[in-house]
Design a protein around this ligand. Structure first.
Ligand code: ADE
Length: 223
């Protein structure tokens, strides 16, 4: 799954026997890769569309594993454009009922941090080792905002100890966690969520999305 056409196009290029299904104002591409049946979809940007697509992939298409591929804005200093980061857990930086004494990112019966599947993380580490690719790990913060603001970025970093930020991962995490389906979120850095973020995002979206997609395909081979 990706959130933008640019995030799934490098996946679709490698998928065989593609059959397109339209459902719920979205397109799902069913096909095969490395002898496995796969469904590729882009949700459109943001948590609501991502939740819808993730739920459909699991409930309508019966996916038993969900891998998300895309780009992110860097928070941590060691993350540079093109670097890969896998989420160890994800949180929603724009979820706020602190007026009722709750921490940021929390609603009753929810979790601030939703961890990704440990076995998929181990598989990703193995792929990185064998292919000689540097793969970083950390908390990814999600919100319905494109962050191009050093102050907001610093607040997200401090409040959630987040390494990177994007706009869909935690939504996918909440859906997969609730439905008890293993999931994994990988992002390649497209910008640094600062004043240049809009420019950098446009400049590096394609290249970084492909870096992430190629890694995800290598994981699918080994599933
Ligand atoms: N995805 C990639 N860069 C981003 C940014 N700066 N803010 C939100 N989502 C992003």
């Amino acid at each position: 799954m990706g959130a933008m056409p640019e995030e799934i196009e490098p996946l679709l290029e490698k998928i065989d026997d593609i059959c397109l299904t339209e459902y719920g104002a979205n397109r799902y591409y069913i096909g095969t890769y490395a002898g496995k049946e796969v469904v590729v979809a882009y949700s459109k940007i943001g948590k609501v569309f991502a939740s819808l697509t993730a739920a459909m992939l699991l409930e309508k298409f019966g996916c038993d594993t969900l891998l998300f591929s895309g780009v992110a804005g860097a928070i941590r200093e060691d993350l540079h454009i093109g670097d890969l980061i896998m989420a160890e857990s994800l949180c929603q930086h724009d979820l706020d009922i602190t007026a009722f004494g709750h921490p940021y990112g929390y609603v009753p019966e929810g979790k601030v941090y939703v961890p990704t599947d440990e076995k998929l993380r181990a598989l990703a580490r193995q792929v990185a080792r064998e292919k000689g690719i540097e793969l970083k790990e950390g908390i990814i913060a999600t919100g319905d905002q494109f962050i191009a603001d050093p102050e907001r970025k610093a607040w997200i970093a401090e409040t959630f100890n987040a390494a990177a930020l994007e706009m869909e991962g935690a939504a996918v995490a909440v859906v997969c966690d609730a439905l008890e389906v293993p999931f994994f979120v990988l992002r390649a850095i497209s910008d640094s969520a600062d004043m240049e973020a809009g420019f950098d995002f446009d400049a590096f979206l394609h290249k970084s999305a492909r870096i992430s997609a190629d890694f995800i395909l290598e994981m699918v081979r080994r599933l």
